[in-house]
Every structure is written in C-alpha cells, then in structure tokens.
Write a protein that binds this ligand. Structure first.
Ligand SMILES: Cc1ncc(COP(=O)(O)O)c(C=O)c1O
Length: 395
C-alpha cells in the first residue's frame, strides 16, 4: 500500500544526516545591529536591512497612520478591488526616484522575477543569464518556454560569444538577465558593458538590483544610476523593498509600456493580493528618507570600507566584493560552519554559505554591513574573527 506522506519525514531526515537542513534562529526583537536571538543579545551581520530603515521612525509612523486610515489588509488583488491610492502613489514615487516612465510593485521580488520573465519571452526566443544569478531569476527562466543559455559570471567576452551564436539562429527576441549586485559575492555586474553588448543585437536587458538599490548610485537609486544608464539602455530594472528599503515587495521600473504589459500579463501580479496598505505607506516613507537623509547610505559605505579593509589586512579572502556584502571565503564547508558557530557562541550572528549555494571549495561566511553599526561594534567583531580565524588556521 502506498504511504502518502512517508517521504516527508524520510527526506527531512536525509537533510539532517547531511547537515543540510536549516536550523532556524528566532529573533525576539527588531532587525537591528544588536538584537535578541534565542534569548541572547547578539550582533547581527546577516540582515539585508542595510540602512536600518526597518525601524526608522518615519517608516513606523507612516505604517501606523496607514493602519488607522485603511486597516491592515487590502482585501483583494490589485486588478479587482485591492488597488488603493497608496499603492498607486508608491509606484509614482518610485518611478520618479528611479528616473523611469513608470514602476510597478509586486508582492515580493521573487514574484516579480518568477511572474514577469516567463511573459517577456516565449518559445521563439532566447534568454542569456549570468551563471551566478539569484534563484528567483532561475525559477522565472525555468517557467518560460524560451531557450536558455548561461554565460560565465560577469564574463563579457563569453556574453558577446553567446550573442553572436544567437544571431546565427535568428531568435525573435533575446533577453539578457543579470543580478546588479551578486548576493553571495557582493560584486557588481558590469551593467554598462552588458547593455552595450546587448544593444548591438537588439537584446532586452533585465537587471535584478535587489542588493544594489539603497546602496549604489545617486542617493541609493541603484545600479542603473551607478553606471549612469537610463531605461533605454536597461529595459527592466527590477528590485525589492525587502532589503535596503526595510519593508517588503518586488518592483520593476522602465517604460510605460513595460508596466502596462507586466500588470496585464504577470500571473503573480494578477493572482496574488496587494500589499497591506501599511507596507505601501512605509515604503513611500523609505523613498522620502533616501531622498532627504543621505547619512544612511554614507554610513553604510563608511562601515563597509572599514570592515573590508580590516579583514583583508588580517589576511582573509573577501573575493571580489565591492559592496556591503563581504564574504570571508575559507574553503571547506566544515571550516565555514565552524567559523560561523564559534562567532555565534561569541555573540556574532553570521551564516555559513556552503554548497550548493556556492562551489564546494568556496565555502564562506557572508558578512553584511549595516549603516548603524558603530566602530566599536565593528572592532569587536574584527577582533573575534581574527582570534577564531587563527584558532581554525584560516589565517
Ligand atoms: C538577488 C535577489 N533577487 C530577488 C530576491 C527576492 O526578493 P524578495 O525577498 O522580495 O522575494 C532576493 C532576495 O533574497 C535576492 O537576493
């Protein structure tokens, strides 16, 4: 007789046996540089809340006021009765901030990628994707019926070769997709060159700037601004409010026709309810903060440069990091896990990143900077990393 659910426990146990299961830690307070985790105050170096906006008073106030005015839920998908003025205002503000004709928000960044990519290309088309792109892009690509090919990470010669090959095959459309900032390595895609190669072949350019916005570019406008490009060069600028903006929600910016196309065709947009109005209101406040309080982005970069230099001077390998994502690459997975465990015992919360998230020999811990970390806090972390790194013979 068939056991309908026996596989659940069995497969979970297999993950546990290989130490590949996720053991969840519980935060008992806000996402702050120091917060209570499983009953202890720890210093958090693994949050995407780069600028500390998740607890910014202006965002909290905007959310509270929106709850008073609209309640806590939107009541429907946008296409039916869930399209509130606050959702529209957010998109207008975002488009202005991004220098785009129009913007569109999705419930999450994952849903923007998985819902839009399959609509942009079909079976007569080709997707060319960077080998280190985020899983939500990979799933969006898998959901499309287009042919696909992968270029070596940030390798522009390889991208040019793929485009030449594509030209011979006469595809209807070509879509090039890249992360703006790569989430495991913290390096930046050469988006200007990607756009240049793409434009020679009439390719559509799509960038996922989840980790670049609020970090790169003028006032944190993101990677398109960082390279001084426009939406004529980069046709789809995708991002998420779940990182530096401190809230939640995917978004795209580009032409008016992109946005109209996207909301009429993306199933993840049409068939999933809109944000609670408080989220939209808080995100508008996040844009206000980015426009008017440059100190947060400045502090983030100050901390990034300080920490990166200190760990590199100690002899740690930070790979090609160029942003507040600073990996400390140690090689074997057990070393990365030991480093993360020892740091956690010592009050520093970082996660080990091991295969299959990165190549087996490139296991690491990934430190993420935060605008509100003080120099004393950074020095204390650096001291701990040095001591444990020496104990584990990493340096
Ligand atoms: C590069 C990248 N794209 C997309 C996402 C998904 O964003 P969200 O959390 O809004 O679903 C993430 C989040 O982990 C990401 O790092």
């Amino acid at each position: 007789m068939r056991d309908p659910t026996g596989f659940l426990g069995k497969e979970y146990q297999e993950l546990v046996d290989k130490a590949l299961d996720w053991r969840l830690k519980q935060l008992q307070g806000a996402s702050e540089p120091v917060t209570k985790v499983d009953g202890r105050d720890v210093l958090v170096l693994c949050a995407n809340n780069y600028l500390g906006l998740a607890t910014h008073p202006k965002l909290k106030q905007a959310a509270s006021e929106a709850i008073e005015k609209y309640g806590v839920g939107s009541g429907a998908v946008r296409a039916i009765s869930g399209n509130m003025d606050v959702h529209v205002e957010l998109e207008e503000r975002l488009a202005k901030f991004k220098g785009a004709e129009a913007s569109l928000t999705y419930p999450t960044g994952f849903m923007a990628n998985s819902g839009l990519i399959p609509q942009l290309v079909g079976k007569e088309d080709l997707i060319i994707s960077d080998e280190l792109n985020h899983g939500s892009i990979i799933d969006g690509v898998r959901l499309s019926r287009a042919e696909r090919t992968v270029y070596s990470h940030n390798d522009m010669e390889n991208l040019a070769e793929k485009l030449e090959e594509a030209e011979k095959k006469g595809y209807r459309r070509i879509l090039i997709i890249t992360d703006g900032v790569f989430s495991m390595d913290g390096d930046i895609a050469p988006l200007d060159q990607v756009a240049k190669h793409g434009s020679k072949h009439g390719a559509m350019i799509y960038v996922d700037d989840a980790h670049g916005e609020g970090v790169l570019g003028k006032k944190g406008r993101g990677v398109v601004s960082h390279f001084d490009l426009t939406h004529h060069d980069v046709h789809v600028e995708m991002g998420t409010f779940s990182k530096a903006y401190g809230t939640i929600g995917g978004h795209i910016s580009g032409s008016d026709s992109l946005v109209k196309f996207a909301y009429n065709k993306s199933r993840t947009w049409l068939l999933s309810s809109s944000h609670p109005p408080a989220v939209a209101a808080a995100t508008i406040a996040a844009i206000d903060v980015l426009e008017n309080e440059p100190q947060h982005v400045e502090n983030l970069w100050k901390n990034t440069n300080y920490f990166k230099k200190a760990v590199e001077d100690l002899g740690f390998n930070t790979g090609n990091s160029q942003t507040p994502i600073i990996p400390i690459i140690v090689g074997e997975s057990h070393k990365a896990k030991a480093l993360a465990d020892r740091l956690y015992e010592d009050g520093v919360f970082v996660v080990p990143i091991v295969f299959p998230m990165v190549a087996r020999e490139l296991s690491r811990i990934r430190a993420q900077m935060h605008a509100k970390l003080t120099t004393e806090q950074l020095d204390s972390v650096i001291g701990k990393i040095e001591k444990i790194g020496r104990d584990l013979e990493i340096i």
